[in-house]
Design a binder for this molecule. Structure first.
Ligand code: UD1
Length: 420
């Protein structure tokens, strides 16, 4: 397990380019199971989660090749219809193969994901949705076993907005017989990216980019070349790094519309934000104002930016609250930030943060992806040396983060090792 050693207090200046969106790739890759042939997925980030999805698809007979940021997949020889526990336990998004396998091959066996670092994350909406589409679904020894001769269109109204369930049902419905309507669908940009890929493959989907999707099932789809959208969470993390550390940073290869809620809150905090068509320039303020934030489904403030926002608020002027309504227990970073000198009190799903003048470096341990990002941000700001242990969490979702931060002037080094 590697660790990062950060010497904090350096200003960040210059420009950085954002990679493709992890959460989009994890949906686009399994969508290739829906039609036999060769696909080019452009702008695919080189990350551990993408490698995990590649391995899962390879275990089913898909060939996967990387050429720069283009991932080429060939689905001619799919001969296994199972997502074993070994893959799913590493990455919950493996459940995305359920919909495509069921729709195209009529059966799928997918391990139940189990809990995650910050509590239970059910998949009931995925299962109920497949049942509504006419599948017979059984749970057997930790596996979802789903079968259907041909799925049938249905009306599905989610009581909770779910990115994963929307993507999975969408991938199942495109090959179903008849029309499916999904209400309270997730409208996160990653779902729109997926819907646009499916449309390019010949799917008939109305309402793309809204919370009501209507899908007229077709008999067959064809492969397509698709570009992955930029990663709005990586972009947001870099924007906060720039805001916290002083200096001026241009964050390039982004779609600013995708992080409008973050931009608005940054401006509330006094951060200089200049938006371009495909970039944003962040100018750090002298002091960061305290701003309350509550996470919500898109286009609200993303839960995936909650930890990073708290990291920034720990060095703000004044007191603020950060509330997570999506994942109420997603606060593993808080005790570690406190070890760096932050003043945070938790009450249920609300973090009450009193800004401190300085953080001081020490050893901290990351427990999940975005918590790790928050610790890196705090380490960049803290006086002295911060060691962030177990960075493999970070490698799941940030491509070459140390290289990107170093290019902006940060002192951050990866130390390879076993003992961390
Ligand atoms: C996706 C993202 C993750 C992000 C999350 C919320 C991917 C690979 N991951 O995760 O980074 O943090 O969206 O934006 O895209 N729920 C149920 N039953 C279900 C499914 C979800 O109750 O069957 C609940 C969850 O517990 C949670 C809420 O719905 O409270 C939203 O979760 P969901 O949008 O499904 O998250 P993921 O798709 O797993």
């Amino acid at each position: 397990m590697d660790k990062f050693v950060i010497n904090g207090g350096r200003k960040l200046n210059g420009s950085v380019s954002i990679s493709g969106a992890k959460n989009a790739s994890l949906a686009l890759m399994p969508a290739t199971l829906l039609a036999s042939g060769k696909y080019d997925l452009l702008n695919t980030p080189d990350l551990r989660d993408v490698t995990t999805m590649s391995k899962l698809l390879q275990s089913m007979g898909v060939t996967v090749e990387r050429n720069g940021s283009t991932l080429s997949l060939n689905t001619f020889r799919v001969n296994r219809f199972e997502a074993p526990y070994e893959h799913v336990k590493k990455m919950r998004a493996s459940i995305y193969v359920l919909g495509p396998l069921l729709a195209r091959y009529g059966h799928a066996k997918v391990s139940l994901p189990g809990g995650c670092a910050w509590g239970p994350r059910p998949v009931d909406l995925h299962i109920e949705g497949m049942k509504k589409l006419g599948a017979k679904v059984d749970l057997d020894r930790g596996y979802i076993i789903a079968k259907a001769k041909r799925l049938k269109g249905a009306r599905i109204a989610f009581n909770v907005s779910s990115v994963g369930a929307t993507g999975n049902i969408l991938m199942a419905a495109v090959l179903a017989k008849g029309t499916t309507r999904i209400d309270n669908a997730a409208m996160e940009p990653e779902i729109t990216n997926l819907a646009e890929m499916l449309a390019a493959m010949g799917a008939k989907i109305h309402g793309i980019g809204t919370t009501s999707l209507e899908i007229e099932g077709v008999d067959e789809l064809r492969p397509a070349a698709v570009a992955t959208i930029p990663d709005r969470i990586e972009a947001g993390t870099m924007m906060i790094a720039a805001a916290m550390c002083g200096g001026t940073v241009r964050v390039g290869n982004v779609t600013p519309d995708h992080f409008a809620s973050l931009t608005a809150r940054l401006e509330d905090a006094g951060v200089g934000v200049t938006l371009g068509e495909d970039h944003v320039v962040i100018k750090a303020p002298r002091t960061i104002d305290a701003v309350d934030v509550t996470t919500a489904v898109y286009p609200g403030f993303p839960t995936d930016m909650q930890a990073q926002w708290i990291a920034m608020m720990t060095v703000s002027k004044g007191a603020s609250t950060t509330t997570d309504t999506i994942y109420r227990d997603r606060f593993n970073h808080v005790p570690e930030l406190i070890r760096l000198g932050a003043d945070i009190e938790m009450k249920d799903n609300v973090a009450m943060i009193r800004g401190t003048k300085r953080l001081t470096g020490t050893k901290v341990m990351s427990t999940d992806l975005r918590a790790s990002a928050a610790l890196i941000l705090a380490g960049l700001k803290a006086e002295g040396t911060t060691e962030v242990l177990r960075v493999y969490h970070l490698d799941r979702g940030y491509e070459a983060i140390e290289r990107k931060l170093t290019s902006l002037g940060a002192s951050i080094e990866r130390v390879k090792g076993e003992e961390f």
